[in-house]
Design a protein around this ligand. Structure first.
Ligand code: 5GP
Length: 192
């Protein structure tokens, strides 16, 4: 998606440790006009499949998913990072390792909000190693819902997540795929 690539080129900052900072428009200050265009693009890409629920993970995925949901006639459910382990069987649970912080957290989704009747599109801001998506996919499978596809804003194509997820046979649509980026020069190269 040209608009997103141009914005990353203009305002994205490449940091050490393969981290791209996009907090001026994506995950701290948020450009809702851009989010709307992203939502329309995912709708165009997934127009041939039924979707009634968008699943994301807190925190950065929530706003992107909420704006996108307007184009899908779908409810948004976000996986919550939980400090306490739930033992009463009322939630689906997965462990997710944070790419940016390294720590592992339990994420939960209430069984009230995801079940076998749901047709799910997963949306998130970044795809790096794929840990967040693996956790969300596990939750979808456990719930008996149908996973229709995954929409990612920025995929770092030089990390293994994209390959891992596509190898599972899941349809993955990333709006911008970064082939390489260099912290010293700030150069960012996009794939097709
Ligand atoms: P993964 O689980 O695929 O390794 O990483 C995805 C999650 O880590 C995303 O939900 C996102 O919040 C965070 N993340 C991964 N890479 C980056 C990055 O380069 N920049 C930022 N800001 N967040 C990232």
């Amino acid at each position: 998606m040209k608009l997103l690539e141009e914005r990353i080129r203009k305002d994205g900052l490449v940091k050490e440790g393969n981290v791209l900072k996009v907090d001026s428009f994506l995950n701290h200050q948020m450009d809702i006009e851009l989010f709307n265009e992203m939502g329309k693009e995912w709708k165009r890409l997934f127009s041939n499949v039924e979707i009634n629920k968008i699943l994301t993970i807190e925190a950065s995925g929530i706003a992107i998913a909420a704006v996108a949901a307007q184009y899908f006639d779908a409810k948004v459910v976000f996986a919550k990072k939980s400090k306490s382990v739930n033992l009463d069987g009322s939630v689906y649970q997965a462990k997710v390792q944070s790419f940016t912080h390294g720590n592992v957290s339990d994420v939960i989704v209430s069984k009230k909000f995801l079940g076998p009747e749901d047709k799910v599109l997963i949306i998130d801001d970044f795809l790096a190693r794929g840990c967040a998506l693996e956790g969300l996919i596990k939750i979808v499978h456990e719930s008996g819902a149908t996973l229709q596809g995954i929409g990612i804003a920025i995929e770092k194509g030089f990390q293994e997540g994209g390959k891992k997820i596509r190898n599972m046979g899941v349809r993955l649509e990333s709006l911008a795929i970064i082939e390489s980026m260099d912290a010293a020069s700030g150069e960012i190269v996009f794939g097709k």
